[in-house]
Design a protein around this ligand. Structure first.
Ligand SMILES: [Zn+2]
Length: 308
């Protein structure tokens, strides 16, 4: 097994690096592992995908890969179903986006997939733009009247002076080889006082950090993710950008999903026992995980200096 010489985030030496797992979901080469850096608390894949492997991966495998991971209810392949399946996700995110939407603003979503976040925002009078590498999704979104570019580089080439009040990305940063450069490029496209708001998986996911379910351990550490951030490591990354930032906690998956993981060792249990458990139990369960910090999602908010 190849060993890293230093942490790719904070550069701490070999003595601070240890193996998290050699179970890398989707790694056909079986040559990779995930490591933990004791200095900054980040987890990272080593060795990472080469640019060629990464391009091949995203061109062909990504949608089928996600469909196979999302269980029977994800609806990834059928775009219309994707909108419906993601309505609870959209509503959950609107809780923390609402403060930045009090007037009409310019919004960019990087990795907008089917566009499910953007249609209601456009209908409410905001000016929306998407970045989406998948041809299936980008054509669908364009067909619904929202401009879409294949990459940030293409947007910057076609509209060099494009500036936004709000740049969003959800479960994208953990896929990016150089997350610092990715965020700096977005800061350059923000208006003064504008914000970047994003979600990533929390490395302290309770299925791993509380219940330690073996089947989950073999599923969670994905070849598609160079990084798994915790609250301290995400704060480390954001502080280096030199703007003000905060990290919030959230919990996406419910008690039913966790019970099915514990019982059957697989995903796909969302909402399964909701009629018997009731909404108050589900909500209280999520809030307990959020309070403990052992929750499945982190929300990063970066504010560019200036403005109001
Ligand atoms: Zn480190």
């Amino acid at each position: 097994m190849a060993l890293p010489d230093r942490c790719p985030l904070c550069s701490a030496g070999r003595e601070s690096q240890s193996v998290v797992t050699r179970h890398v979901y989707g790694d056909a080469s079986v040559s990779r592992a995930f490591f933990h850096c004791a200095a900054c608390d980040v987890r990272y894949q080593f060795p990472g995908l080469t640019p060629e492997e990464e391009a091949r991966f995203y061109a062909a495998e990504f949608e089928g890969f996600m469909a196979s991971r999302s269980g029977e209810s994800g609806g990834w392949l059928k775009t219309e179903q994707h909108l419906v399946a993601n309505e609870p996700t959209r509503m959950r995110r609107m809780k923390y986006l609402a403060p930045y939407l009090k007037q009409s603003v310019d919004i960019l979503e990087v990795g907008c997939s089917s566009g499910f976040m953007l249609y209601p925002l456009a209908a409410a009078g905001h000016r929306c733009t998407g970045i989406e590498p998948s041809g299936v999704f980008s054509e669908f979104v364009r067909g619904r009247g929202i401009p879409v570019y294949q990459s940030v580089a293409e947007l910057q080439r076609d509209v060099p002076d494009a500036r936004f009040d709000l740049i969003l990305h959800f479960f994208v940063l953990e896929h990016i080889a150089d997350p610092g450069a990715f965020l700096m490029a977005q800061l350059a496209m923000l208006k003064p006082g504008g914000r970047i708001v994003f979600e990533i998986p929390n490395a302290a996911d309770p299925l791993y950090s509380v219940y330690d379910i073996p089947a989950f351990e073999r599923f969670y550490w994905s070849v598609a993710h160079p990084w798994y951030f915790s609250e301290p490591s995400l704060q480390f990354l954001l502080t280096r950008l030199g703007e003000s930032s905060e990290v919030l906690r959230d919990q996406r998956y419910d008690l039913s999903n966790h019970m099915i993981w514990a019982r059957d060792g697989r995903p796909g249990g969302m909402g399964r026992f909701a009629p018997e458990l009731g909404a108050d139990v589900e909500e209280s369960y999520k809030q307990s995980l959020i309070r403990s910090g052992k929750c499945d999602t982190l929300v990063g908010i970066i504010k560019k200096d200036g403005g109001t």
